[in-house]
Design a protein around this ligand. Structure first.
Ligand code: DQA
Length: 145
């Protein structure tokens, strides 16, 4: 099983970016935890980050036929990008939406996710653990199908 992790804008700054909100782990730290868990669960992961909406869309499009699931932290594009939503909908690769923070407990503009309706589910609020839970969900959605 192959799982694609995609990270949106500003997540490359984790570790120094508002640590009181996002914690002190870097994206590389999170990736290392995901890879360790993926090895134990015997699945292959690819882990990418981009600040560019079009690049994320390209990766989603290329996931069709190449990955069994996508785990997506779309960051701020979660709340704005109809283009990302349409890409997820178009490829029909099961996609799990994840966030470090509980977006529903933050500013009102973060409460709405335009990608949620086309994702299999949403995991938010568990810090770096959201990524591990996302990995487990990505395996589960493939097992039950
Ligand atoms: C985030 C939440 C978003 O609202 C925000 O724009 C991010 C990170 C999270 O992981 O908590 O950049 O996706």
């Amino acid at each position: 099983m192959k799982i694609l992790f995609l990270n949106g804008p500003n997540l490359n700054l984790l570790g120094t970016r508002e640590p009181e909100v996002y914690g002190r782990m870097t994206l590389a730290d999170i990736e290392a935890q995901v890879r360790q868990q993926a090895e134990q669960l015997e699945v292959t992961v690819d882990f990418r980050q981009s600040n560019v909406e079009g690049e994320l869309i390209g990766w989603i499009q290329q996931a069709k036929g190449n990955f069994d699931a996508i785990v997506l932290n779309a960051a701020a594009y979660t709340h704005t990008s109809i283009a990302l939503r349409d890409a997820i909908s178009a490829v029909a690769v099961p996609t799990i939406e994840i966030h470090l923070t509980n977006i529903h407990a933050r500013e009102e503009f973060r409460h709405n996710s335009v990608i949620a309706p086309v994702c299999r589910g949403q995991i938010c609020g568990f810090g770096a653990k959201s990524y591990i839970l996302g990995l487990e969900a990505a395996i589960d959605v493939n097992d039950v199908k």
